[in-house]
Design a protein around this ligand. Structure first.
Ligand code: PHE
Length: 451
């Protein structure tokens, strides 16, 4: 392996890689439907507050911990606070969270890859506009014991190839190419969707504030989504933080990533709902929206619809790929640091483990559908683990460590690049990191566990 470089080569590369991690299925598949579900504009306001006041603060904390220590999740904690070694447990939790999230992410990514192939080969178009046939097609696909496994494996191999390429030649170069393509694709879809007759209804669904739909559950969903979407609470950004060039301004970098992530989530909503309403469909939640409603929307557009379907699934696959890359990189870097194994050994090792577990989760819709843990099938069980428990606990530990254990000198030094940058925002930032973020996370955690 020629590329042993443990740093991104430029600010642009660092931002693209981290945006690649942040922009994923969470933005394009999940954000639009939960935004519509919990009151459109009302949800958006709460989401924006969480993203900028908490998510961005957490991201900056993870970047500071990573760049300051030049270590991965666990060693970062122990090296920065040698007298408080116990905090590394949160690093370990992050590793466990990344492992389970990647395995689960691979299932949806496999479905996306499958639908991309079906959109390109024309088999989606051949279903016409029969909603029942399209839903049945998805059920047959997702409950087949073979197809999801094959596509999941293809996707996983792609992730592995990029990781084997290394930090600069693999992750950074791929992100620098794919992220701009993603922006162009989403803009094309957005323009198409917004210029369809009756598109206004979709825009209204997404943005007009309905505070009656914004329940406590909606507020919690907004916070959970903010963490997941910015890829914080799993230590992945600690690892990426350790690759950020020393001359970069962590505050600016984090703001760029946060802004891009939010913008792409909103653009995804604007590409999906106007088209859904214009074609006279009901917006659905969960996999139903992307795999059952959208193919029908595309099929009502005739021949051009096949092209838009292909564009959409390429977009989704690209978003999923760069996120999965960051998860596998987090695991690989952690393993290399602790065992001194090479990337060439560590990456395939985690590739095998997460792919195998991903296959088990994929089969929980077919062969293994009877296997239940505490009443949930395997996929739903791990989904709860990944949304309610692991990331909020890990985020809480990280932010308390950052605000209360890490010496303030380290934080200021890292944010100001050793005194060369102005950090006028620091008092507000510190207040958010010490009080607001831990409290908010504690509330989410408790209500998530007892709800
Ligand atoms: N942020 C990604 C998304 O929105 C998911 C992700 C979470 C990626 C954690 C990496 C780490 O889909």
């Amino acid at each position: 392996m020629s590329d042993q470089q443990k740093s991104f080569s430029s600010s642009f590369g660092a931002i693209m890689a981290a945006v690649g991690s942040a922009v994923g299925l969470g933005n394009i598949w999940r954000f639009p439907y939960i935004c519509g579900k919990y009151g459109g504009g009302a949800f958006l306001v709460v989401y924006l507050c969480f993203v900028f006041l908490l998510g961005a603060v957490l991201m900056m904390s993870e970047f500071v911990i990573g760049r300051r220590s030049q270590h991965t999740q666990m060693k970062a904690f122990t090296s920065l606070a040698p007298n408080h070694k116990g905090w590394c447990i949160f690093g370990l939790l992050g590793v466990i969270a990344s492992f389970f999230i990647l395995s689960q992410y691979l299932v949806l990514s496999g479905w996306t890859t499958g639908y991309l192939c079906k959109a390109v080969s024309g088999s989606l178009a051949s279903l016409g506009t029969d909603a029942t046939a399209i839903s049945a097609y998805f059920t047959t696909f997702s409950t087949s014991p073979l197809q999801p496994v094959i596509f999941l494996t293809i996707f996983s191999v792609l992730v592995l190839v990029v990781i084997l390429g290394g930090v600069q030649k693999g992750i950074e170069n791929v992100s620098k190419v794919l992220m701009p393509i993603l922006v162009v694709l989403i803009l094309v879809l957005c323009v198409r969707s917004l210029t369809l007759p009756g598109a206004g209804k979709g825009v209204e669904y997404l943005f007009s504030p309905d505070f009656s739909k914004l329940s406590g559950e909606g507020v919690l969903a907004a916070l959970g989504q903010a963490l997941f979407s910015l890829s914080v609470g799993m230590g992945v950004m600690v690892v990426y933080g350790s690759y950020i060039p020393v001359s970069d301004n962590i505050f600016k970098t984090s703001m760029w990533i946060t802004a891009c992530d939010t913008l792409i989530a909103v653009l995804a909503g604007l590409s999906i709902f106007p088209a859904v309403f214009s074609c006279g469909f009901d917006p659905a939640g969960g996999p139903g929206l992307v795999f059952c409603v959208l193919p029908n929307v595309f099929n009502t557009m005739g021949t051009a619809g096949s092209i838009f379907a292909a564009i959409f699934f390429v977009l989704l696959a690209v978003a999923a790929l760069t996120s999965a890359i960051s998860l596998l990189e987090g695991l690989t870097a952690w393993f290399c640091e602790h065992t001194h194994a090479s990337r060439r050994l560590a990456a395939p090792f985690f590739f095998l483990l997460t792919t195998a577990l991903g296959i088990v989760f994929a089969l929980s819709f077919s062969t293994l559908s009877e296997v239940k843990i505490t009443g949930y099938n395997l996929f739903d069980f791990v989904d709860r683990l990944n949304s309610i428990y692991l990331p909020p606990i890990c985020a809480l530990g990280t932010v308390i460590f950052f605000g209360w254990v890490l010496p303030e000198k380290d934080v200021k030094d890292e944010l100001s690049n050793h005194g060369t940058l102005k950090i006028g925002y620091y008092p507000v930032f510190r207040f958010l990191a010490r009080y607001v973020a831990p409290l908010a996370l504690l509330v989410v955690l408790i209500s998530g566990i007892f709800a």
